[in-house]
Design a protein around this ligand. Structure first.
Ligand code: HEC
Length: 117
């Protein structure tokens, strides 16, 4: 019974934070621990994108957090990848990953938007 109550409360919290588009603890944990499956990509991800995209409050859309990525994905993946490559406001060109190829940037973008790997 107590466990059920806890789950109901968690569900309530999640619904609330999704509405406010603020990541919950589980979202922050995903961003902190998830890595692309490919070892080479994971290394690039850790040393570049994660610095800004794996923490809340940096101004960057949080990795894996759908409410941050959904409106961006609506612009089309190609547009997002172009912004990752050329820079976009506070998003630095190439995401500070100078040895990332265009394919790497696309894969990393899709990974963070969780619409592929
Ligand atoms: C120095 C911090 C920083 C680093 C490092 C960084 N980003 Fe970003 N990124 C941002 C910020 C801030 C935004 C939000 C820009 C805005 O919407 O004004 C952003 C936005 C984006 C977007 C969405 C662009 C759009 O059109 O909405 C993509 C895609 C992206 N980053 C990919 C990456 C990738 C891939 C890497 C690693 C190779 C990376 N970023 C590294 C700060 C960073």
């Amino acid at each position: 019974m107590r466990a059920l109550l806890g789950m109901a409360m968690l569900a309530g919290l999640c619904a609330c934070s999704a509405a406010k588009q603020e990541p919950a603890a589980a979202d922050l944990q995903w961003a902190d621990t998830a890595r692309p499956g490919d070892v080479r990509l994971a290394e690039r991800y850790e040393r570049s994108c994660m610095v800004c995209h794996a923490r809340s409050g940096s101004g960057a859309p949080l990795a894996g957090f759908a409410p941050h990525w959904k409106p961006r994905l609506d612009k089309g993946v190609d547009q997002l990848v172009r912004h990752a490559s050329d820079g976009f406001n506070a998003m630095p060109a190439m995401g500070q990953c100078n040895d990332c190829s265009a394919d790497d940037l696309r894969a990393l973008t899709l990974f963070m938007a969780r619409s592929g790997t």
